[in-house]
Design a protein around this ligand. Structure first.
Ligand code: S3P
Length: 447
């Protein structure tokens, strides 16, 4: 997204019933990690089902820049990694485009290497806080050679000659911070411990174990997790089948629920409990989502989902659930706009530092399109109109380079009385390049 061209606005109009099978692309979190871990592991990693969105392609480029070979052979991505501790100094700054996950995970990974790396991003990523990664890296001995005001990109780091392992309590619920610290620990001697008071997505722990890392997780009686990683161990390439992304599935799921008469099937969706908060919330709201064929694939649970349009009711989404659906609040707010009564979302302050300030972007977009919405520093409340009467017809919703804002409001237009316009659909390519075509095949009208 660094070379973001002219904005492409789009209008989404009321759809007739959505029907068919939605083929959802690979999970973004697992795709980034497959390339990164493959790049630092010794030998070959073969990845099937990799998400080929811009964010992940930037991670493929970063993996190459650090000395690994990455190529697509047929329908597989093949990574020949360097081996743990053996990454090479990149010969140019690395541009992560729009991707916070790519940038922060790689910042952790190279944070304990004794060479400088410069991190770049697009206008959205350059506004996002990087102090949350730099602070723990400094404990390992990492230096910041250059940074923009307020610890923002562009940032140049340089690792210490001899890193020390750390014990770090993650101060906010963030899988990116947890992962960055563990990845820095890969190249430090001894045991690096991450203390995680609120459990976030656990793909790093699971996948590092799959690559052969010595990692153990202990959970105390209060649910606090102690993740201990033995540094400087051997990582070995492996085969990965990336499951389908529940955060991308969220858009056709909500669309099918709010467009009357819809009946949509989504197959092979990742059902890791750290990612299913939206599905649980929608079920509480009265959604007709049939979960079947639940099975294990590559250490993760996947299942098929059949979604039929439903009369939704408003609910309170408790703060404890927010980590398991952190990327799904924009589209939940759209579902809530068509539910009977109020939906209150608690403890969602992290939404202010995503690809955009999502609480603000969602509230302004809903407001412009006739929804009663209020927001505070870390909460949002939406009052719904089950039939969508009077909704839509606002000025173009500002997406602020945020893919999930663009997709959420295109979904809204599918069930609103009047069309919904979004100002820029280009960011959708960061995570779900197939979105427009796929929704069109189900029956959506986008112009
Ligand atoms: C991700 C973690 C989350 C999430 C992001 C992907 C990951 O970010 O919002 O889309 O793959 O680790 P935070 O760690 O900032 O919560």
């Amino acid at each position: 997204m660094s070379g973001h061209g002219p904005k492409t606005s789009m209008v989404s109009s009321k759809s007739s019933a959505l029907t068919g099978t939605a083929v959802i692309p690979g999970d973004k979190s697992i795709s980034h990690r497959s390339l990164l871990f493959g790049g630092v592991a010794r030998g070959e990693t073969r990845i099937k089902g990799l998400l080929e969105g811009e964010d992940v392609i930037n991670s493929a480029k970063a993996t190459r820049a650090l000395g690994a070979l990455v190529e697509k052979i047929g329908d597989e991505w093949v990574v020949k990694g360097t081996g743990n501790g053996l990454l090479l100094e990149p010969d140019a700054p690395i541009d992560f485009g729009n991707s916070g996950t790519g940038c922060r995970l790689f910042m952790g990974l190279v944070g304990t290497y004794d060479f400088p790396v410069t991190f770049l991003g697009d206008a959205s990523l350059s506004k996002r806080p990087m102090g949350r990664i730099i602070d723990p890296l400094k404990l390992f001995g990492t230096q910041v050679i250059d940074q923009a005001d307020g610890c923002k990109l562009p940032i140049t780091t340089k690792g210490p000659r001899f890193a020390a392992p750390v014990e770090y309590r993650v101060p906010m619920p963030s899988a990116q911070v947890k992962s960055a610290v563990l990845l820095a620990g890969l190249n430090a001697p001894g045991i690096t411990t991450v203390i995680e008071p609120v459990m976030t997505r656990d793909h790093t722990e699971k996948m590092l174990t799959g690559f052969g890392a010595e990692l153990e997780v202990e959970t105390d009686k209060d649910g606090v997790r102690y993740i201990r990683l033995q540094g400087q161990g051997k990582l070995t390439g492996c085969n990965i089948q990336v499951p389908c992304d529940p955060s991308s599935a969220a858009f056709p799921i909500v669309a099918a629920l709010i467009v009357p008469g819809s009946d949509v099937l989504l197959e092979n969706i990742l059902m890791n409990p750290t990612r299913t908060g939206l599905i649980n919330t929608l079920l509480e709201m009265g959604a007709d989502i049939e979960i079947s064929n639940s099975r294990e694939s590559g250490g993760e649970t996947i299942a098929d989902l059949r979604v039929r349009s439903s009369e939704l009711k408003g609910v309170t989404v408790p703060g404890e659930r927010s980590a398991s659906m952190i990327d799904e609040y924009p589209v939940l707010a759209v579902a809530a706009s068509f539910a009977k009564g109020e939906t209150l979302m608690q403890d969602v302050g992290e939404l202010r530092v995503k690809e955009s300030d999502r609480l603000d972007a969602v509230a302004r977009g809903l407001e412009m399109n006739g929804v009663e919405v209020s927001e505070g520093p870390d909460w949002m409340k939406v009052s719904g109109r089950p039939d969508g009467k009077g909704l839509g017809g606002g000025r173009a919703v500002q997406t602020h380079l945020d893919h999930r804002i663009a997709m959420s409001f295109l979904v809204m237009g599918m069930a609103s009385e009047k069309p919904v316009t979004v100002d820029d659909t280009l960011p959708i390519a960061t995570s779900f390049p197939e979105f427009i075509g796929l929704m069109g095949e189900l029956g959506a009208h986008f112009d």
